[in-house]
Design a protein around this ligand. Structure first.
Ligand SMILES: C[S@@+](CC[C@H](N)C(=O)[O-])C[C@H]1O[C@@H](n2cnc3c(N)ncnc32)[C@H](O)[C@@H]1O
Length: 256
């Protein structure tokens, strides 16, 4: 079942997000997380890829440009899927876009070389199920690459303003951040809904689905970048992103 609160929030903000992405308005994305993701993915030539929560499709288009044989984009928000399918650079021979939930993928088992989840919000309903689905569609030699907000350091404006910041109860509980997104001084029209889990819970979801984490990065500007552009010191004051590479290493059913 789709996480309706998350889906409704994305529909309400679809036009905003499409503009932010297509006009390269988010420096975190263009200068930090996209280069880190592409570096971790490496050579994707000839691969079959799932872009999980593909949004308006820019990352799928980039992977096709880099030689991916087939990219399947899925997203619960129909507005994004329409935008992806109607983009002038959409290549229908190499890309499919479907309205679908990542917890119930319209793909055959063991058919995908790489699953990329680029800022896919964590699930609210049955949060671990998507990882089992990723394990199902991946070939045994495949990889899952997850980029998300850093669960240890990313805090809402309210949490930032609270005395002591993020509380232990909040961190180890199930944390819902519901607030409008700010990109270059412009606020999203509606609040987005994000769910956060502690690092140990997040890793337990992955382990239960049979994944081992094989690389962990925290994309951040270098000292030289911070020295040469004061924008970073104002806007990157704590680690904001967590990037994981995971590989199937045992059957999900054997997870305990
Ligand atoms: C922050 S946006 C990122 C979109 C795109 N990956 C990008 O980086 O531009 C998160 C996307 O995940 C989609 N999404 C949220 N929950 C989903 C789910 N359960 N299944 C599929 N897509 C989902 C949203 O509709 C939205 O397009």
């Amino acid at each position: 079942m789709a996480d309706e609160r998350i889906a409704n929030a994305y529909s309400a903000n679809a036009e905003f997000w499409i503009r932010v992405v297509r006009e390269d308005r988010d420096p975190f994305r263009t200068r930090l997380t996209d280069p880190a993701l592409l570096d971790m993915i490496g050579d994707c030539a000839g691969q079959v890829v799932l872009d999980a929560g593909c949004g308006e499709g820019y990352f799928a288009r980039e992977l096709v440009r880099r030689g991916a044989r087939q990219v399947h984009g899925v997203d619960t928000c129909p507005e994004f899927v329409v935008a992806a399918r109607t983009h002038p650079d959409h290549d229908p021979a190499a890309t499919t876009y479907r309205v679908a939930d990542v917890a119930d993928l319209p793909l055959a088992g063991a058919s995908v070389d790489l699953v990329v989840a680029n800022r896919l919000p964590h699930g609210i309903d049955e949060p671990g199920r998507r990882f089992h689905e990723f394990a199902r569609v991946l070939k045994p030699s495949g990889r899952l690459i997850l980029l998300g907000m850093h669960p240890c350091f990313y805090v809402s404006r309210a949490e930032r303003a609270a005395p002591g910041g993020l509380s232990l109860d909040s961190y180890f509980g199930t944390r819902t951040v519901e607030q409008r997104f700010e990109v270059q001084g412009e606020l999203s029209p509606a609040a987005s809904v994000q769910q956060f889990y502690s690092l140990e819970t997040y890793f337990a979801f992955l382990a239960d689905a049979g994944f081992a984490v094989t690389a962990l990065r925290e994309p951040h500007p270098t000292q030289a970048e911070r020295d040469s552009d004061p924008w970073w010191n104002k806007n990157f004051t704590r680690p904001l992103f967590l990037l994981l590479e995971c590989r199937p290493y045992r059957s999900p059913r054997a997870a305990g």
